[in-house]
Each structure stands twice: as C-alpha cells, then as structure tokens.
Design a protein around this ligand. Structure first.
Ligand SMILES: [Zn+2]
Length: 391
C-alpha cells in the first residue's frame, strides 16, 4: 500500500503556568528576537559561518542554533527585522513525556532544561501524542509561542498515511450564493449556506465602521481579530463536513483554482462594498488549506482545476446556459440550482465531453460577462481555458 507523509503543526497549551515560567518564556522570546535581529545586521555569508559558540546570547545552544539556522534559511534570510521571534527547539532537543494521564514537554531554556505539562485541548491530538511517544509519528521542531496572553508549544509532526484509491470525485464550488456546495458527478450534493455567515459578517462590518468613526482603534483591532477567529472556525467546520462527505463517497475533492481570481474577477461595486458578499475578503485560501490537510490525513486528495467557466455551462449537457443568481437554465431546458451546477461541473471535469464550440462560446462569454463574469477580462484567459478543458 502506498504511504504518503503528511506534516502538520499541532498546538499544545501549557498547563498551570506560574508567573516565573511566563517570565522565563518572555525573556527567551526577547533573547531570541534580539539575537535574530543582530544576525540580520550581518551580511549573509558571515551569518552562515557563525556557530553557537560565536554568538552572544543567554539562550542555550539548542535554541540559538535554531535562530542562526532560521536567519540563513530561504524563508528567513531576507527578513528586515523581527518584531517577535519565538524560541524554537529542534526535534532532537525536546522530549514529550507522559506520567499517568498527564503529558508534558521538556526543552532547554535560558535557565537549564525545564519540563512543563501541556493540555490536550482537542480529542484529535491524543492519538497524535501517543504516536509520538511510541515512535510511529515523527516530530520536527517545537516553538514556544505566546498567543492571546497564553503560552503554547507548537509542534511539527509527520505521519505516514496510507493512500486511498479514490473511486469518485466530488466538486466543491465556493462562495457565490453559498459558502460552499459539494457534489459528486451524479447524486445528491451538500450545501453550506452562506446566509447566516453573511448576516454575521454584516454585523461585524457595521460594528467595525462604528469603531472606526469613534476612532477606537484598539477596540477595532480586537474586533478584527475576533472576526478572523470566527472565520477560521467556520472554515474548520465547513472543511470537516466536506471531508466527511468525501470519505463517505471515497472521493477526491476537486476545487476551482481561484488563484488570480482576486485580481481578475469582476464584482459589482455594491457587492465589493458589502464585505459580507465580497469574494475578495472571505478566506478561501484558509478553507483550502484546511481541506487539503484534512483530506490528506485520510489519504484523499485535493485537486485544483483551472476552470474559469464552471458556473456557465450546464452540468447535464455541457452547453452554455444562463445563470441568474440561484438559477441556472440551459437552452436544452435543463434547470439547475446555480451553485450545485457549478459543483457538479467541477466534479465531472475529468470525463467531461465538451460539447462547446470553444472559440465561439468564449467570445460570447467574454461579451456577456463584462458585467459580472468570472475571469472575464483576465489577460491569460485563453491559456487558462485550454489547460482546463478538452484533454
Ligand atoms: Zn443542459
């Protein structure tokens, strides 16, 4: 059976953290940040030559080494400065323990090695922690991070997951009238209504405007964070349900590749102004990332398709039809719910016998889409089209 390595980060909250330990973590963060920023003042070749014995810091070498590594890595070498650089320990220098039912993590600090109990907040993580203890799950580095005044350890874990041969695909259409609609080629789909979400987003927007006008900027920042957390939770829920549906049907999930859409997709001014409706500001990327790793954990795949006109053609016969809000009508008399139609098109893309006269229809679409079309004016539109269909 084929195995695939899936890496993700789990977040464990430190338990019963006294003042002294919080202080200690804070000091470590300051030390790591200072060291990182000092390193950035040196030219890269010089940085590369440095070893832990040659830098001045109170961090133990296991920690300072990670700072050096980061500031010479592809990701970190171009940084200008770090506001906060969380202390990081590589996999050989931190250990997970279990005593009774309590898990704890030990790692080097600036005052020797400390062992701190952690909370298992999510039931998903218990098997992961057990896997780390019995060696079936590989670990990467651990970072000590403060988030909303609480301290956490972020741990990288890599699991080998058996690959499933999906016998089906389901299409996932995101965010026109619904937050997401998933559907197999044939059979019933699932709708994730955007109504409640839109309602709540308008409420967030209204309050934001009030705070802005009152110049309450600190409250505004808090409010933005609150909205982001809520959006994140919605994405988690939606992706979890989509994945459950995919598992049930033993299906890979196909999504439209929205990359570039933000730049090219036209929206009416009214839509853009209404953040509840705006496609620009919903976190499709976040939903996609969550779908991706949740599917990967089950051995299923997320497939991206460049498919710029999924919502324009009929999922029954492939002909261009007319979409009006929730309704889709094709010239051959097929009626579909617009979002479901798009999801079905995405699902059946592989076997889609395209009955379109492409040149003619693309020209027609370009004209009819000038108001509210998908990718209507994208400069590379034709190119996207030809990779998406007919092969
Ligand atoms: Zn039709």
């Amino acid at each position: 059976m084929d195995l695939k390595r899936v890496t993700r980060t789990i977040k464990l909250k430190f338990l019963q953290l006294n003042k002294a330990k919080q202080q200690l973590f804070e000091e470590m963060t300051v030390e790591a940040t200072d060291l990182a920023n000092w390193l950035l003042t040196l030219p890269l070749p010089e940085r590369r030559k440095l070893t832990t014995s040659k830098v001045q810091t109170r961090l133990m070498s296991a920690l300072s080494n990670q700072v050096i590594r980061h500031t010479t890595s592809d990701a970190g070498k171009k940084a200008k400065s770090f506001k906060r650089f969380p202390p990081e320990v590589n996999n050989q220098n931190w250990v997970l323990h279990k005593v009774g039912t309590t898990y704890s993590v030990s790692f080097p600090t600036i005052k020797g090695t400390k062992r701190v109990p952690v909370e298992v907040a999510s039931s998903h993580w218990q098997p992961v922690l057990e896997g780390i203890l019995n060696g079936t799950i590989e670990t990467g580095s651990a970072k000590i991070i403060k988030h909303r005044n609480k301290w956490y350890v972020y741990v990288c874990v890599t699991e080998e997951v058996p690959q499933v041969d999906a016998t089906n695909t389901i299409g996932c259409d995101r965010g026109q009238n619904n937050l997401a609609v998933v559907a197999p080629k044939n059979g019933f789909g699932k709708f994730f209504s955007g109504k409640k979400v839109m309602h709540r987003r308008r409420y967030f927007q209204k309050r934001r405007k009030q705070l802005q006008e009152a110049k309450k900027f600190r409250a505004l920042k808090k409010w933005d964070k609150k909205e982001r957390r809520w959006m994140d939770a919605v994405d988690h829920t939606v992706s979890r349900r989509i994945v459950r549906f995919a598992e049930y049907l033993n299906a890979d999930v196909v999504v439209e590749d929205l990359e570039g859409c933000r730049k090219t997709m036209k929206q009416s001014k009214k839509q853009r102004g209404d953040s509840a409706q705006s496609r620009h500001s919903w976190s499709f990327y976040s939903l996609e990332m969550k779908l991706d790793y949740k599917l990967a954990m089950l051995g299923l795949k997320l497939v991206k398709r460049p498919a710029p006109y999924t919502s324009k053609s009929c999922s029954t016969c492939g002909t261009l039809g007319i979409r009006e809000r929730h309704h889709f009508n094709c010239p051959h008399g097929h009626y579909h719910n617009a979002d479901l139609n798009a999801a079905k098109n995405i699902a059946q893309w592989d076997g889609f016998a395209c009955s379109l006269d492409l040149k003619r229809d693309i020209a027609a679409m370009a004209m009819s889409d000038s108001e509210n079309g998908l990718l209507g004016a994208a400069p590379n539109w034709m190119k996207t089209q030809s990779t998406g269909i007919g092969d």
